[in-house]
Design a protein around this ligand. Sequence first.
Ligand code: UD1
Length: 417
Amino acid sequence: MEKLIIEGGRRLTGVIRAEAAKNSVLPLFSASILTDRQVVIRGVPAITDVLCMAKILRELGASVRFCGGDVVIESADACCHEIPSSLTRELRSSVFMLGALLTRFRRAVIAYPGGCDIGLRPIDLHLSALKRLGVCIREREGYIHCSCDVLRGAEITLDFPSVGATENVMLAAVMAEGRTVLEGAAKEPEIVDLQRFLNAMGAKVRGAGGDIIEIEGVSTLHGADFSPVADRIEAGTYLIACAVCGGELEVEGVRAENIRLLLHKLRENGCKIHTKNDKIRIESSGRLRCNRRIETMPFPGFPTDLQAQMTALNCAARGSALIVENLFETRFKYVPELQKMGADIEVRGRSAIVRGIPRLHGASLTACDLRGGAALVVAALGAEGVSEVTELSHIDRGYADLAGKLSRIGASLRRVP
Ligand code: UD1
């Protein structure tokens, strides 16, 4: 089992280029089975969620080749519509395969999805939206069986702007008969990216980024060569790390409008932020003020995927902060680990009250989920003394070469067996 050994207290200085967004690449992989032509996705990060999604596509009969940072997918020979539980348990995003499998095969069987253990992650919105498109759904022994004779466009309203449900509707409606109007859609940049990708394949989708997405079914889709949007969560994590450690960091490739609220919060902390085109520059003295309140919301609100990292930041800042998690139920599981470092945090249901102390100290830490794991690394980089972080498989799901990238900007950390 590998671990990260982190010596805190180094300033971070330099340039980091953001990878393609994990949360965009995963649905694009699903979308690639909608055509029997070749699909090329550029600049795909080497993270285990992507490798797992590649395994799922291969299981279906597609060919997936990694060439440099690019991925070439050919699914002309895909013939299987069933995803085994061993794979869905590893990766919750396998649920995004439902819409694409239904478009391609008119049927889909998947085991109930897994992924991060951050509270109940129901898929009722996915299933009721698919029913509106004419899909018949049965649940048996942990498996969801979906089938339809034909997919028919429909008017669908989501009670909550679920990212995955929005993507599933797009993937199921893109070649359905007639027109689909999806109201209450998620507005995340990754949804806009999926629309761009589908349209590059010849689809007729518009409205992504707003409340209503309209999809006119087409009869075929062709191949595409596509560069996904940059990973705003990865970029945000490095910006937060620099804020905590002090230093000057430029993150390239990510547009400020995709993490506007994070930048606002970092300014509240006392950091200087400059943005130009797709570059974001942060300057931090390392002496920070707490945010009064951070509340996670669907986009364009504060992203739940940066909540843990910002909690870590607030632990060693002046004042106190209220962190409210509105999206997932148990997304404070990393808190006891931060407490081992001396953090003063009180969790009450969906809120955490952080009382800042001058400095955290090094400790032996265990990552319990992807973003919670990243938060521990951020905290350890700013702490006094040495920390070690284990259970790195959680972090590897979403951060490519985290240790290498941080070392190159001045952090003292190494990955050891
Ligand atoms: C996606 C992201 C994840 C991010 C999340 C919220 C991917 C691969 N993952 O996850 O990183 O944290 O968006 O921005 O893109 N819900 C239901 N019923 C449903 C579906 C969702 O009640 O059928 C609830 C969930 O329990 C949760 C909330 O809606 O409370 C948000 O979920 P959703 O937007 O669907 O997130 P994911 O697509 O799972």
